[in-house]
Design a protein around this ligand. Structure first.
Ligand code: ZN
Ligand code: ZN
Ligand code: FE
Length: 763
């Protein structure tokens, strides 16, 4: 080689391991006639390249612009150094470095190249359920530690056959250094249990498909745990699955073989299509066509269906063999965590499944399916797990190492380091020991993978939440603990989700949800806060109303309706049909009159529940949010005659503005007595809530001069409400922040807790 040679030491950070980055660097260096080496280390990818100055410049440019599809480059740093006289370009062995960390790729759905091989009878991976390459396949679920190399994954026990070995070592192959590389000769296998089915036709997956076609319920081991599956078009099978899982009404997700099939069952917008077919491949809530052959029991009382496409080779082959959509719901009983290991599944799911489709690729961490929805063209997650975690939310400022323990329902935790907030995958409802164990094991994994030692612990203000108790149990180690009010955390999470800077100042935070512990000991949830990361003031709220019987009333919204109507209007004759006995009537009245076992709440979620029951839509629930979801459905199927809401009052007191609901309930009760259309009442109720939000926000804006509103809390999973509120706020000249990367429900709270704890602990 001639001309002046130069050497660059380059360090690349981001998701650059397990995504084919080193082979890409190798090919790029060769294409540019450069020598040197590349290696993975715990902190990212290091490169030394030597060659002409101009070749080095284009190399660095191409590094960024031509990176492999799954790579996410956070930074490239290059420094000059004296030439070393390299004659070849090599991929060197990975090195672990104390304290360094790197971002880790989530698991990624099967890529088009692998799918083609999977369906090609002449390919050696035809129908092989563990086909993957550097552009797709398992990542996070098989990693025990970094650097990301096979010995530190659950693939360590599978020795590569000569053919796979050749692919692995060939820089021009799609599987060059693909750590989970496997084939039928050397990789993991599937089998059926019990193995005594009479229809032994075809291979294991074909046999499983026969069982499903015959109406059986199968436990299927997937990427991050077991699914329970059945033929989604077979109503009896779906009913049996519901009975066994003790899940009478909560919607079940359905997997469909192709996008074309999805469009036969649901309306799919452009944004929804992008999500469905993305490498993350989440469940997307789609508007369900009445002519769909999927049993209505899959999502009773709802006109949306959660649909996903196959995301592993096993799913692709199985769905093609079965030839119809499959219910694919988490393999668990009620609200326990998803079953992960084979033995565990046999023990926990034995009475739920007729047969098991097992495999022997280990799962290191439980990983549920993610769920998204697209209200007015702005996609938002409802559950963030597969395909997204453990990729962090990047903040526009650096954070101390903090652990935020989250809330109770749909829990996630958050650990922070530098400008990264590592929000865990969905952990579940923290109501049982199994979920707490999942929480602790996953936390330990995040701390290990990202080399985080949290110095501060943040938790919810609620003393009885299991996540709060976990935080308290760590008190012995003397790390500072910070209790964060639930709705403050909601608003801070929305701000962080929108890269809000501390200097951007406070916003009007509308935090509406089912429940959150207030600083006055009451249950909050219809809150208008003036808030920033550093603190909050409760500027307006719904008035306090009784929850007669507490938890019982939350499961039985008719009790809420009775309590609200009685407390607001004194009317104890109930204009609506209730399922309560004479005795229960008497008890409810007494509870309210004497304030016995009658917590007070300002929660918006409870208002939706009460109205849903008052209108006779949903009097009893079997899953969280059911009454509000069905209320929205009834409103959504109705073409409104009137865009005018019901009346409500504002009253000022020393605390701020109180929204009074007596006029609303008087009007609703009158409409119910008059036999007004339920759809019309439900729609007008949504308009009323939107008007309340506009009125309160405008008032606070006038008082404070603030121009930005942040919307957070589970009530904002309501599409109709969003479609009525957002334009009203915008018409009032206000800028509206909504969630984008993390859920507006309690699954996003830990991010807000972490950021608040950071600023609370600032010296
Ligand atoms: Zn692939
Ligand atoms: Zn092989
Ligand atoms: Fe909440």
């Amino acid at each position: 080689m001639t001309g002046e040679r130069a050497l660059k030491k380059i360090s690349v950070r981001g998701v650059v391991q397990g995504v084919g980055f080193r082979p890409f660097v190798y090919r790029l260096a060769r294409d540019h006639g450069l020598t040197g080496w590349v290696l993975n280390h715990s902190g990212g990818v290091e490169i030394e390249v030597e060659g002409s100055a101009s070749a080095l410049t284009t190399f660095i440019r191409d590094l960024e612009t031509q990176a492999p599809p799954l790579a996410r480059i956070e930074s490239i740093q290059a420094a000059d150094a004296p030439p070393a006289g390299y004659t070849t370009f090599d991929i060197r062995h990975s090195v672990a470095q104390e304290g360094r960390y790197q971002l880790i790729s989530p698991d990624i759905a099967t890529c088009p190249d692998c799918l083609r091989e999977l369906l090609d009878p002449n390919d050696r991976r035809y129908r092989y359920p563990f086909t993957n390459c550097t552009n797709c396949g398992p990542r996070f679920t098989i990693i025990a530690d970094i650097p990301y190399d096979r010995p530190l994954t659950t693939m360590r026990d599978f020795a590569l056959c000569p053919q796979c070995q050749a692919e692995y070592h060939n820089p021009l192959d799609r599987r060059f250094h693909a750590q989970p590389n496997a084939c039928p000769a050397c990789g993991p296998q599937v089998w059926l249990m019990p193995d005594d089915n009479p229809q032994k036709v075809g291979d294991t997956i074909a046999q499983a498909a026969h069982l499903l076609q015959a109406g059986a319920i199968l436990a299927i081991k997937g990427l991050g745990g077991f699914h329970l599956a059945c033929d989604a078009t077979n109503e009896t099978a779906v009913r049996t699955l519901r009975e066994r899982k003790q899940r009478p009404a909560k919607p079940l997700a359905v997997m469909m073989v192709t996008l074309e099939e999805v469009k036969r069952h649901c309306w799919v917008s452009e944004k929804e299509e992008q999500l469905l077919t993305s490498p993350q491949c989440p469940i997307v809530l789609l508007r369900w066509k009445p002519e769909s052959s999927v049993a209505r029991l899959a999502a009773p009382g709802i006109n949306y269906l959660g649909v996903m496409l196959p995301y592993t080779p096993l799913h692709h082959v199985l769905l093609r063999d079965v030839g119809r959509p499959l219910v694919m719901t988490s393999g668990n009983l009620a609200e326990e965590p998803i079953a992960r290991d084979n033995d565990e599944a046999l023990r926990r799911l034995g009475h739920l499944a007729d047969a098991f489709l097992m495999h022997n690729r280990g799962i290191h961490t439980r990983y549920d399916d993610s769920v998204w929805f697209v209200p007015h063209a702005l996609p938002q997650p409802i559950r963030r797990a597969r395909g997204y975690a453990p990729f962090p939310v990047k903040l526009p400022f650096k954070l101390k190492p903090i652990l935020a323990c989250g809330s109770e329902l749909k829990n996630t935790f958050c650990v922070t380091r530098d400008e990264y907030a590592f929000l865990s995958q969905h952990i579940g409802d923290m109501e049982n020991l199994e979920t707490l164990e999942h929480f602790e094991a996953t936390l330990e994994l995040y701390n290990r993978l990202f080399r985080i030692e949290p110095g501060i612990i943040a938790h919810d203000l609620h003393p009885d939440y299991l996540a709060t108790k976990y935080a308290k149990s760590q008190a012995a180690d003397r790390r500072p603990q910070i209790a964060v009010q639930h709705h403050h955390a909601h608003i801070a999470s929305c701000l962080a989700d929108n890269e809000w800077l501390p200097d951007d100042g406070p916003v009007i935070g509308v935090a509406w949800d089912g429940a959150g512990y207030g600083t006055d000991g009451h249950i909050w949830g219809g809150e208008f806060l003036v808030a920033d990361y550093g603190g909050f003031r409760r500027a307006a709220r719904l008035e306090y109303l009784p929850i007669p019987g507490g938890e019982v009333a939350i499961r039985n919204p008719y009790r809420l309706a009775m309590g609200y109507v009685y407390a607001l209007t004194g009317d104890s004759t109930w204009p609506f049909k209730v399922d309560a006995s004479e005795e229960e009537h008497r008890v409810i009245l007494q509870q309210i009159d004497r304030g016995i076992n009658c917590p007070l709440t300002s929660a918006g979620g409870r208002l939706f529940d009460a109205v849903s029951a008052l209108l006779g839509i949903c009097r009893q629930i079997t899953y969280e949010g059911q009454a509000a979801i069905e209320l929205e459905r009834v409103s959504g199927t109705h073409i409104p005659k009137s865009e005018i809401g019901y009346p409500f009052d504002l009253r000022e007191n020393a605390e701020g503005t109180i929204i009074r609901l007596r006029p609303l309930f008087e009007a609703l009760v009158a409409d119910v007595r008059d036999g007004a259309s339920i759809g019309e009442m439900a729609y007008r109720f949504h308009v009323t809530v939107a008007e309340m939000m506009r009125t309160a926000c405008e008032k606070i804006a006038q008082e404070t001069g603030l121009q930005t509103v942040a919307l957070s809390g589970g009530c904002f999973q309501n599409r109709l409400l969003l479609s009525l509120v957002v334009p009203r706020l915008q018409e009032a000249g206000l800028r509206v922040l909504q969630h984008r990367q993390i859920p507006c429900n309690d699954g996003g709270i830990s991010l807000g807790q972490a950021v608040i704890a950071h600023f609370a602990n600032e010296e």
